[in-house]
Design a protein around this ligand. Structure first.
Ligand code: ADP
Ligand code: MG
Length: 631
């Protein structure tokens, strides 16, 4: 048409498409999930508009109008996915389907640059709309925005450009009841030669069951079925019993008959119908006892757009001063490793009475250090016309917030208890630690930095967080990375009558464990925490003590052993004082510009001398770190 405009894809999209088109991607199936999830997003958005913007055009329909329809056309080799969502204007088609919209995609490209393997990455990130090109040579999108009077069509063959034009095509055919809405989006995929199996209705059914089971709008598939006359009589009988066109099949399949075609003579009828593929009762409204671990995994993946398994989850409801249901997940890989700083994940959603209100809700519900939690909260109490300010001020929200944080901490504690049990069993078997990392250790590997951030920032939860910390020490097996202890264990296995938890910080385990500062302690049988994470020293400083036992840097000037050893040390020093006085003076005279004090000490065993930090100063290691940060 004259009004057709050709656009070049943004450079990033072109690169992405190159990767997609040329990748020997083993799990192309995900394209369907991505397109269905976009359709569901568009439906969520129109529903939000219905709630918040009553006079918007074409948004005042009933719930029944919100749906997703899938059709396969084996003759044209086309697979179509249509929705009655909010649709896109011409400008939105260009902005949304011509540029990289989502951070996940940008992160994906970044990883590709580092040289990671595209096969695994596409799986990890999901590449959104562009995944259509995993299976299609040409993709056409007919869309009409709820704001717009005409539909537009976007077409691309993935060769660096696409076109957008007004179109005579409509999103829904005139015979379809959804046509009256004059709104929505239809994605048409001209399948690649090696992707023809996606024209098989059984294939589509199984993919929807697998990936899109928990989409909260009905997904219908157009099915044409040959039925013999005798089968038909039987079905009619059943239909009479069910009374109506809706037929609840044994596997929850709901059907809407569109038309029946009688074939000549041979007693066969072709029945055309829409078969509903998903059950939309939201998972969080169900009883946990009727749900399997797999159900939760699938829901987690659908909710977060991630492809990993959750490490742990909590499904609970609160009643009383505030009523809500919530579902929390711990992603098995830290989502913030793939996301730019300052960005808030999609993946924690707020629902009011089962209707999605806000999809990036982490920022409101969780302190910074807990923003990796994926999940949702569905409240019965919050007012439906929730403005931003109201959400922030609401007392109810504050209550919910507190309960969610508490529940998240409970999840961590459950993993921790499991870990302690596994450790006890390992020790019984004569091992230092479980041979396989426990779920807690997997969790700790991903999130220890955030837990430590929590110690610094979240005063209220500091004591609880302290229990979650794990350390290598002078007694853990350096060959066994799983061999770590908690502060509680440190206190439990203290041998000397010591008043302090001793620690030494440095760059590597080797550095720290071979330091002159620890040699005497080890000789006397003390356990020393070996801190090699740059955050550790600040963390201990913020904690101050653990259950009353203060932390003590072994490199500090005011360092003390347990009273008995301290006494022995004093005695040694006293007896040697006179003999060493000249040496002390000599050093002081020659080094007065670098040292402030020279002390005779019995805290070393084989090394002749060490440089220590003053009591209220930072340790040398910490000072080095701070200096490095300031540069
Ligand atoms: P994401 O869904 O993470 O935003 P996608 O690549 O999947 O990224 O989609 C890009 C954008 O295209 C979406 O954010 C949305 O604005 C738009 N879009 C895609 N599919 C539809 C649809 N069916 N209806 C309306 N908008 C859509
Ligand atoms: Mg998407």
């Amino acid at each position: 048409s004259d009004q057709e405009t050709t656009f070049q894809f943004e450079a990033e999209v072109s690169r992405l498409m190159d990767i997609i088109v040329h990748s020997l991607y083993s799990n192309r199936d995900v394209f369907l999930r991505e397109l269905i999830s976009n359709a569901a997003d568009a439906l969520d958005k129109i529903r939000m508009l219905q709630l918040t913007n009553a006079d918007a055009r074409k948004v005042d329909e009933t719930q029944e109008d919100l749906k997703i329809k899938i059709t396969v056309d084996p003759e044209r080799k086309v697979l179509e996915i249509a929705d009655t969502g909010l649709g896109m204007t011409k400008e939105e088609l260009v902005a949304n389907l011509g540029a990289v919209a989502k951070s996940g995609t940008a992160a994906f490209l970044e990883q590709m640059q580092i040289g990671a393997d595209s096969k695994n990455l596409i799986g990890q990130f999901g590449v959104g709309f562009y995944s259509a090109f995993l299976v299609a040579d040409t993709v056409s999108v007919v869309s009409q925005s709820y704001k717009d009077s005409t539909p537009h069509v976007w077409v691309s063959g993935a060769h660096g450009s696409y076109t957008v034009a007004p179109t005579d095509q409509t999103v829904f055919g005139s015979e379809e009841p959804e046509a009256k809405l004059e709104r929505g989006t239809r994605i048409m995929l001209s399948l690649k030669d090696d992707a023809m199996h996606y024209l098989d209705v059984e294939m589509i059914k199984s993919l929807v069951k697998k990936y899109s089971q928990f989409v909260s709008f009905p997904i219908y598939l157009y099915v044409s079925e040959k039925v013999t006359d005798s089968e038909k009589t039987q079905e009619l009988e059943q239909d009479k019993i069910a009374s109506g066109i809706l037929d609840e099949g044994d596997d929850d399949e709901e059907e809407i008959i569109v038309k029946e075609e009688q074939l000549a003579d041979d007693g066969i009828t072709i029945v055309h119908k829409w078969v509903k593929l998903n059950e939309q009762r939201p998972i969080w409204t169900r009883n946990p006892s009727e749900l399997s671990k797999e159900d939760y995994s699938e829901f987690y993946q659908a909710l977060s757009g991630r492809f990993d398994e959750p490490l742990h989850y909590a499904h609970f409801s609160a009643e009383g001063e505030v009523n809500f249901k919530a579902l929390l997940f711990i992603p098995s890989t830290n989502p913030y490793k793939q996301i730019k700083e300052g960005e808030v994940l999609e993946g924690f959603k707020l629902y009011l009475r089962r209707v999605l209100i806000k999809d990036t809700f982490q920022g409101t519900m969780f302190p910074t250090w807990l923003r990796f939690i994926v999940g949702l909260v569905d409240s019965d109490d919050l007012p439906i016309n929730v403005s931003r300010e109201m959400l922030q001020q609401s007392k109810l929200l504050e209550l919910i917030r507190r309960k969610l944080v508490r529940k998240a901490m409970d999840m961590f504690r459950e993993l921790m208890v499991e870990d302690q049990e596994a450790r006890a069993r390992a020790i019984e078997d004569g091992l230092d630690a479980p041979e396989e990392p426990t779920r807690y250790m997997l969790f700790y590997k991903q999130y220890s930095k955030l837990l430590k951030l929590g110690v610094l920032e979240d005063e209220g939860n500091r004591p609880r967080l302290a229990k979650l910390l794990r350390f290598r020490t002078s007694r853990t097996n350096p060959e066994q990375p799983e061999d770590v202890i908690s502060l509680a264990e440190y206190i439990d296995r203290v041998k000397n009558e010591q008043e302090y938890i001793y620690f030494h910080a440095g760059e590597t385990l080797e550095h720290v464990s071979s330091s002159p500062f620890v040699e005497k302690l080890l000789e006397l049988g003390y356990e020393v925490l070996y801190l090699t994470d740059p955050m550790d020293e600040s963390v201990l400083q913020y904690l101050g003590d653990f259950e009353g036992m203060k932390f003590m840097a072994v490199s500090k000037d005011n360092f003390k052993f347990a009273p008995a050893d301290q006494k022995e040390q004093k005695r040694l020093i006293k007896s040697a004082k006179a003999a060493y006085a000249p040496l002390k003076d000599f050093i002081m005279n020659h080094m007065s510009e670098i040292v402030s004090k020279v002390k005779l000490s019995a805290r070393l065993s084989t090394s002749p001398a060490v440089v220590t930090a003053v009591e209220y100063g930072y340790s040398p290691h910490f000072e080095m770190l701070t200096r490095a940060q300031m540069q």
